[in-house]
Write a protein of this length. Structure first.
Lengths: 331, 501
């Protein structure tokens, strides 16, 4: 499948097309900046286990090999909400520094997931402060938008939670239905921290599916969505060999995407994920993971998390995440 | 509430640290024995590794599956070709090695049970559950057999063979990765070697066969020792051999010059004697694969990568040496190069240029007299090897069957260079070259001549069969320190059959 399938040529958002030089520089730093964000977000000596903790389903799914696919898919889902997309498009400099924008989100998510409560709350407060200034009128729909709008925040939240489950089910070690429900309910706190009232946050897979189906009529592919996602699926400036690896990631994210979302974008259907294809994609993900682990501090940060997860297993924790028959760690 | 939990957590950590007093020795041994994999492993780090032990086949798959095991092997191979790797690639590959913790005691015992039909405590008289070294896609344990033989037992990670075989099937991805990690290399040759090597290592039986072949060939040798295999305790995923003990390469660096020279002479003799007489090359001249005993006596470990050459493959190699270094016949040398496939026929390069390019590889054996191997020489060889701008570059090839020989250039010379070893390399080579059969030029050469005279069968036959072909010479038998020391008495240094895989 050719890169042209995803290019946003002609859709040119008001900001114009990404200057080739800028995006080249930015794309090169993707792994480095993601890694730096990850390392900074995993605490050395946390005061507490934060809002999720080592026994949570959230921790396990976040460490799954499929996580990059979940990330890419969630952006694709989130961008389909015209008002959410307008906020990002008009108030962030993703065109000049797309990787920086992604790394900032990743840093926030890492702190939220692994940080202690004080760090996670602090990070959420900072995001809310930024959101206060993100408001305007969307040129496409003519509707006013505000980043602090619980409706938009909830869509972004659901886009992520839904994508984590879709990606891990397609490519990773799938959770049981009960674990999936627990994951959705664990994740509710992240929306709450950004100002979404608890009572409107879906707390089970079924509730989340129902919520997402309800939002669907509002979704559309705006020019900004087409442009930014065209960039995500085929980032400019990657070396040829890296671009081939990225193509596997892209195909995986598109395969994990619901048909209606692919149709909205007008993307062709990716090759089906047969067992053989699944193995290939996992192999590519393994390479990305190895490269990620080569960045300074990543291995140590992962070991810190793994140790805490094993101790949580050993001490009984919630128990639900421990696979039956697994031994306890520290002998 | 949080304070209570914190205090409890601290208590647990403190208790853990106290318990570490018990575990530390074993842990430190594991670290000390695997200089490459665990170079930075201190005690605390070692405890961390134990805490992170692989407990199930699923843990193994998560750590080494999805290409990571293959990448790790690539990293081990790449340590010979540092000059061909980007710094980022080298860093990534070495981190990958750091990321693999040992198997838990239970998991290692489970593999032994599956392979030998009995749990390790019954299959062996004594079993040390603490691994002493990391090994090729597995780890090494010490044990004493039921009849009292001290042995090293290499245990493979469960499920790793299937995972790696699947990963090796993704040729397109492997090619991409190799292009990214080693852009200056011949990707196809490297890929072929990577696949072949890893496939071989997945079945420890081929390693056991090779090791026994070398052990038989060098039986009774005055300075070369190869630990014998215990066949009844060796299977596809477990290989048991005599335990050897000795000084590690890092310690050798602190020994007197004369000792280092003798050790280097033994390594040199081993490499070329094996090549010319056994037609076999142990392609892993990594520092971790030797144990040193003084007086030039060296134990050779790890036969996971042994290449056997046919007579047809050997002939042009020997001819090249003979034409260049003995007969001084440049055109004949060139003809042999073409015959071997190193140079395309009819390359528009004048023969003196060919000679000038190739001479560096033969530098140490062109003239008699003592010469010192230096780090500079090793670097020059490596640079020449990767010199893709030379006039010869577009016409030079490395046929697949000879790819492994680059380790003589990139591994052996680097090793001897690190020792700054001095010897009459040409004189020693003359002893070994089958077309020369020179007289002994050193005391070690004289001792070796005595050993050779005592054998009933000569040369190449050894590589053709796995039977014992040589007469026992008990008087010259190499002492086996491992069998003399009770299991508990081993030092941290060196009891592994190899850690480089």
């Amino acid at each position: 499948m050719t890169a042209e399938s995803y290019s946003a040529a002609g859709s040119g958002g008001p900001g114009g097309v990404v200057p080739p030089g800028a995006s080249t520089a930015a794309a090169v730093g993707l792994v480095e900046r993601y890694a730096a964000a990850f390392v900074a977000g995993v605490p050395d000596q946390p005061a507490d286990d934060g809002f999720f903790g080592p026994a949570s389903v959230t921790w396990r799914l976040s460490a799954d090999l499929s996580a990059p696919v979940a990330g890419l898919r969630s952006i694709l889902i989130q961008a389909l909400h015209p008002l959410a997309m307008a906020g990002v498009d008009k108030h962030s400099d993703w065109r000049r520094d797309p990787v920086g924008r992604l790394a900032a989100t990743s840093a926030y998510m890492t702190t939220l997931t692994y940080g202690d409560r004080a760090s996670a709350s602090g990070a959420a407060r900072r995001v809310r402060a930024i959101h206060e200034h993100v408001r305007g009128v969307d040129a496409v729909t003519g509707l006013p938008y505000a980043a602090a709008d619980p409706a938009l925040l909830l869509w972004v939240h659901a886009g992520l939670a839904d994508s984590v489950l879709a990606a891990v089910r397609l490519l990773g070690t799938p959770p049981s239905d009960a674990e999936a429900d627990r994951f959705v309910s664990e994740m509710a706190v992240s929306a709450e921290l950004l100002g979404v009232p608890r009572e409107i946050i879906p707390a089970s897979v079924a509730a989340m599916d129902e919520y997402m189906a309800g939002v669907r009529p509002e979704l559309r592919r705006t020019p900004a969505a087409a442009e930014s996602m065209g960039y995500m699926l085929d980032p400019a400036g990657m070396g040829e060999e890296i671009a081939e690896l990225w193509a596997d990631l892209r195909d995986a994210a598109l395969a994990a995407l619901p048909g209606w979302a692919r149709d909205l974008y007008g993307y062709p259907e990716p090759p089906p994920v047969t067992p053989a294809r699944r193995t290939q994609i996992r192999q590519t993900l393994g390479v990305f993971d190895a490269v990620f682990m080569g960045e300074p501090g990543v291995l140590e940060a992962r070991q810190r998390l793994e140790l805490r997860m094993r101790r949580a297993e050993g001490s009984g924790g919630h128990g639900g995440v421990v696979p039956p028959g697994a031994n306890t760690a520290s002998q | 509430m949080n304070n209570g939990r914190l205090a409890a957590a601290r208590l647990r950590v403190e208790r853990g640290l106290a318990a570490l007093g018990l575990a530390a020795r074993g842990g430190a041994r594991y670290a000390g024995n695997a200089p490459r994999l665990f170079a930075r492993a201190g005690e605390r780090r070692q405890q961390l590794r134990n805490d992170l032990a692989l407990r199930t086949a699923e843990d193994v798959a998560a750590t080494l599956g999805a290409m990571k095991g293959v990448l790790m092997k690539l990293g081990q191979m790449a340590s010979y070709v540092d000059d061909g790797l980007s710094p980022a690639a080298r860093r990534t590959l070495s981190r990958l090695q750091d990321s693999v913790p040992p198997m838990s005691e239970d998991l290692a015992a489970q593999v032994v049970t599956e392979e030998l039909g009995r749990p390790p405590e019954l299959a062996f008289g004594t079993w040390d559950p603490q691994p002493i070294a990391a090994a090729s896609i597995g780890q090494v344990h010490r044990a004493i057999t039921r009849d009292g033989r001290a042995v090293a037992v290499k245990v493979q990670y469960p499920g790793i063979a299937e995972t790696i075989e699947a990963d090796l099937g993704n040729v397109a991805l492997l090619r991409r990765m190799l292009k990214i990690t080693a852009p200056a290399q011949d990707v196809d040759a490297l890929l072929a070697e990577l696949r072949e090597r890893i496939s071989e290592e997945l079945d420890y039986r081929s390693e056991a066969r090779n090791q026994q072949l070398f052990a038989d060939f060098y039986d009774g040798h005055p300075t070369i020792h190869v630990p014998r295999i215990v066949p009844e305790l060796s299977t596809r995923r477990v290989v048991t051999s005599d335990l050897a003990d000795g000084a590690r390469f890092a310690e050798l660096a602190g020994w007197p010059t004369a000792e280092r020279d003798l050790a280097a002479e033994t390594i040199y003799r081993f490499v070329f004697r094996s090549l010319y007489q056994m037609h076999a090359f142990n392609g892993d001249p990594h520092p971790g694969n030797y144990l040193f005993h003084g007086g030039g006596r060296v134990t050779f470990l790890d036969f996971g990568l042994v290449k056997h050459f046919t007579a047809d493959e050997m002939q042009p190699l020997a001819a090249m040496v003979k034409h260049l270094c003995v007969d001084n016949e440049p055109e004949e040398f060139r003809r042999a190069m073409v015959q071997a496939g190193f140079l395309v026929p009819g390359a528009p390069v004048p023969t003196p240029v060919v000679i000038e390019h190739m001479a560096v590889f033969y530098d140490t054996v062109r003239e008699r007299g003592p010469r010192t191997m230096t780090g500079e020489y090793a670097s020059a060889v490596t640079r020449r090897f990767f010199d893709f701008r030379s006039p010869l570059a577009s016409y030079a090839r490395i046929p697949r069957s000879y790819v492994i020989l680059q380790r003589i250039n990139l591994g052996l010379f680097a090793l001897l260079g690190e020792l700054s070893a001095t010897a009459d390399w040409r004189g020693i080579a003359e002893e070994i070259w089958p077309f020369f059969q020179g007289p002994p030029v050193t005391p070690m050469g004289a001792a070796e001549a005595g050993w050779r005279a005592g054998r009933t069968v000569g040369t190449h036959a050894a590589s053709l069969g796995h039977k014992r072909l040589f007469k026992e010479r008990p008087g010259l038998k190499f002492p086996r320190p491992g069998t003399e020391t009770p299991a508990g008495g081993h030092t941290a240094a060196g009891t592994a059959p190899g850690c480089s895989g």
